[in-house]
Each structure stands twice: as structure tokens, then as C-alpha cells.
Write a protein that binds this ligand. Sequence first.
Ligand code: 5GP
Ligand code: ZN
Length: 114
Amino acid sequence: MADCLFCKIISGEIPSTKVYEDEFVYAFKDINPLAPVHILVIPKEHISGASEITAENSGVVSKIFEAAAKIAKEQGIAGEGFRIVTNCGENGCQSVHHLHFHILGGRKLEVTMG
Ligand code: 5GP
Ligand code: ZN
């Protein structure tokens, strides 16, 4: 999608620190980390957010979670644990409208669901 920040990161037009890539998924370090490990995992296909997941495009979500498990192991946070979060829409405080899953780990996270 022409005017999408994360589509530009996937294409390389905007630089990022890549931690994982396959045919379907791209993952990179968050520019403003909220934990010692803070990685964003995104589909290469533009999907604007969790509310736009459908029967046609939902396969990529399993690819994202497969990638997240690999990344957590590679980053050394699988054993102690981590969190995967996706924000959707205004009330969810989504700031970039390309579906993304935050992987947060490397410290004890707050007990909060909002
Ligand atoms: P959201 O608030 O939509 O759930 O998450 C968007 C995330 O993207 C934020 O954590 C923010 O720090 C990150 N982000 C925004 N712009 C950039 C960028 O240009 N590069 C990288 N690596 N992360 C970004
Ligand atoms: Zn996009």
C-alpha cells in the first residue's frame, strides 16, 4: 500500500533492524522499545489491522505466530516468557494501520490488560 509506513519498511524504502523474514512475514526491532526485547512481527501483505482479518487472509496469522515462536527462542526470551500484543483502532491505540504484533520480553511485564 503506497502510503503505509510498514509497507515501506518491508520494501526497504524505510530502513529497519530486521530480526526475521520469510515469504509471508517480516519482523524488526521497534524504534521505541518498551522492554529489553521489543519486536514487531508483520504480514508482508497489507492488512490494516486485526479487524480486517478474514477467511481469505487469516492464514498469515498462523505464519506470524510460527515466526514469533522462532524469534522468541532466538532472542532468548522463550524460557522466561514474553507477551504478544496487537492494538486495533482508536480505542486500542493503534498508531500504524498495518497489522502488527508486538513481542515484548526480557523483563517482568506489568500485570495489565488495559
Ligand atoms: P501501535 O501503537 O500501532 O500498536 O504500534 C506501532 C509501533 O510502531 C510503535 O511501538 C512504534 O514505536 C513503532 N514504530 C513507529 N514508527 C516506526 C519506525 O519507523 N520504525 C520502527 N522500527 N518502529 C516504528
Ligand atoms: Zn502496509
